[in-house]
Design a binder for this molecule. Structure first.
Ligand code: CTP
Length: 406
């Protein structure tokens, strides 16, 4: 359980802060909401009080004996400002203390995360960009806004990321600190494959696997939060797009292969987190296979699918990083690391993210634990943690890779 101050700025996206508050309390955190006066024109204090179980104040003159403007900031483990309007970013950058939220920002010793939401023009204005740069220079996390539908009919950068994304990223900062969301992927193009492919047998049946896609989703969310332009090639994952990233849905290994190659052509980093079927049925029945029919199958003939990762390595441009995933168990031939090292060399990847699956089932779990191997022999253990925290550890290894463009 952590103590979180949820600052709410006065923009229409403030309505999403009620859902974020809910997501944070469901994760077990104690949340104190500090809205600005204008935020309360969009969402009532009663909503925040009922959902948080804590009193809500906007001014330093409320509840003076508690000296709230000092105590709230001092006691917090995280201050999360969602949405951060252009005005709030300006006041925070200027170090003003003209309401309870800005006073709290000046007394907080903990990490501070701003989640901006505003119209594209306001976000791109040099005044706002300077304020963002100032806040980042001082160590605050200022997330890039998501790209998408804004208030009214227009769309572009400026959209508030969904509450589930912000809650997951807040967990990353609580666990790994503000540097886990630094902007080291700004300007980079990243392609991530996620999920599990389905190889059709007939119009209704397929051979599939249990990959949930959630580690790939977390990688995409954290990469976008660290400034990257992300494309997620998603094999059979129903979840909403993380952080508004572009999702290219695919079904079979062949569809995934085509999509990944198309997207990888302009990418700086390609991460193959998908569980790609190694085999597919040699023939796909045009109509449903029926029991008792003349053509009733007794076995399935399989043919080998191309190894997309190996193809990516062969097509790799100068400076492009190719990252593979491997699920390994130790056996008489060698331990998990020995097998992983052999696979890294065999596939020619720059980095291999290794899951030790000796202990059994890993699919669909909320937590993960991996080791990242680099081609130069560097071994980076990423300890057991929620998948978004693990994703931040994997991106640390990618950007630290001395041979890489990071
Ligand atoms: N992969 C791929 N194309 C395939 C199969 C796998 O790109 N047809 C990628 C996966 O996305 C992952 C990595 O290769 O990044 C996994 O390697 P793989 O050789 O499939 O692992 P295993 O199936 O465990 O291999 P082996 O049976 O050789 O240990």
């Amino acid at each position: 359980m952590s103590r979180i101050v949820l600052g709410v700025g006065g923009g229409v996206a403030a309505y999403k802060s009620a859902l974020l508050l809910r997501a944070l309390t469901e994760r077990g955190h104690d949340v104190r909401v500090v809205p600005t006066a204008s935020a309360l024109r969009f969402v009532g204090a009663a909503t925040f009080e009922a959902l948080s179980g804590n009193p809500v104040a906007t001014e330093v003159w409320d509840d003076v004996p508690e000296v709230a403007h000092v105590r709230i900031g001092q006691m917090a483990d995280l201050v999360l400002v969602n949405p951060a309007t252009a005005d709030l970013l300006a006041r925070a950058a200027a170090g003003r203390a003209d309401d309870l939220l800005t006073a709290t920002l000046l007394t907080a010793h903990c990490p501070v995360v701003f989640v901006p939401a505003m119209h594209t023009e306001m976000w791109l204005h040099p005044a706002t960009q300077d304020n963002v740069a100032t806040l980042r220079r001082r160590g605050a996390v200022v997330l890039p806004p998501a790209v998408g539908r804004l208030t009214g009919p227009d769309s572009g950068p400026g959209r508030l990321p969904e509450p589930a994304d912000v809650a997951a990223l807040a967990e990353v900062v609580l666990t790994a600190g503000a540097p886990a969301l630094r902007q080291d992927l700004a300007g980079r193009r990243v392609v991530i494959s996620a999920g599990g492919t389905r190889e059709p047998l007939d119009p209704v049946r397929f051979l599939g696997n249990r990959s949930s896609g959630m580690q790939g989703w977390a990688l995409a969310r954290v990469a976008a939060a660290r400034g990257a332009e992300v494309v997620l090639v998603a094999a059979n994952v129903e979840a909403p797009a993380p952080f508004g990233v572009r999702v290219v849905p695919v079904g079979s290994a062949e569809e995934l292969r085509t999509a990944v190659h198309t997207e990888a052509a302009a990418a700086d980093v390609v991460v193959m987190a998908a569980a790609v079927a190694d085999f597919r049925p040699g023939t796909v029945a045009a109509s449903k296979l029926k029991k008792g029919s003349a053509g009733e199958p007794t076995s399935v003939d399989l043919v080998r699918n191309p190894d997309v990762l190996v193809e990516l390595v062969a097509a790799r441009r100068a400076g492009q990083r190719v990252v593979g995933f491997a699920a390994e168990t130790g056996d008489a031939e060698g331990d998990v690391l020995a097998h992983a090292r052999a696979k890294l060399a065999r596939k020619g990847v720059d980095l291999l993210v290794v899951n030790d699956v000796s202990a059994g089932q890993v699919f669909g779990r909320a937590d993960n634990e991996v080791t990242v191997l680099a081609a130069d022999g560097t071994v980076t253990p990423v300890p057991a943690a929620p998948k978004d925290v693990v994703a931040a550890g994997i991106w640390d290894a990618v950007t630290a890779d001395p041979t890489g463009s990071g």
